[in-house]
Write a protein that binds this ligand. Sequence first.
Ligand code: TYD
Length: 222
Amino acid sequence: MSDNKRKYPGLFITFEGVDGAGKTTQAVKLQQYLEQDCKVPSELTKEPGGTALGKAIRQLLLTTPEEGAPRIDERAEALLYAADRSEHISEFVYPRLCKGIIVISDRYIDSSIAYQSGGRELNEAAIEGLSDWATKGLQADRTYLLDIDPTSARSRFETTRVSDRLESEPEPFQDRTRQEFLNLAKNHSDRIVVIDASQDIDNVWQQIKTDIDRLLQHYKEC
Ligand code: TYD
C-alpha cells in the first residue's frame, strides 16, 4: 500500500486494462460487495468522465472523426486526459477519501501511461509528470490490472457496439498499450495486482475478492 494511504481515512482502488478486459463488470461487483457484504461506504467512478467537466472532455476525446469530432493532436489528447483527471480528483475522489469512503475508479493514471506513452509513444516521464501535477501526487492504494490479449478483448465488444476513437487504433497500438500496463505492474508490484482476464467473470472476481478481504482488514484497523 502506498504512503498516501496514511493521509486520509478512505481507500483508493483503481481498475486498469485494455478495452474489453472486463474492468467495468468487476468494478461494479466490487462496489456491490463492499456495500452489501462488508457494509463499508464506497463509490464507483470513472475516467474520463467522472465529473461534469469530465463528461464534456470525454465527449471530445472519444468521438471519432467520422462522427464529426475535431482533430486532436496526441499531446493535446494527453493534456485533455490530465485535465479530466485533475477535476476528477479535486472535485470527486479526494473529498470522499477524506470522509473515509472507498473510491473505486474505472481507470486512472496507469491508463495515461499505457495509452499515451505506450500506445502513442509519447515520453513516459512527461506523461507521468503531467498526471502527477494534475493530481497533486495522489496515487491509488490498490490497482487491479485485468490483463488480456487485446484481440480477444476486442471480440467481446466488437459485435455489440461501435468502437470509439482509441478503440479504433490498430493492433500494434493496442499491443504496446497492453505491454506498458504489464511493465507498470512489474515496476509497482506492491500496488498493482495482475489478473488473467481471459478467465470467466467469477474466477476473476474470486481473485479480486481474496485480495480485497486482506486489504479491508488493514483499512478497518486504521
Ligand atoms: P473507457 O471509459 O474504459 O471506455 P468504455 O467505457 O468505452 O469501455 O475508456 C475510454 C478510453 O479512453 C479507452 O480507450 C482508454 C482511453 N484512455 C486513455 O487513452 N488515457 C487515459 O488516461 C484514460 C483514463 C483513458
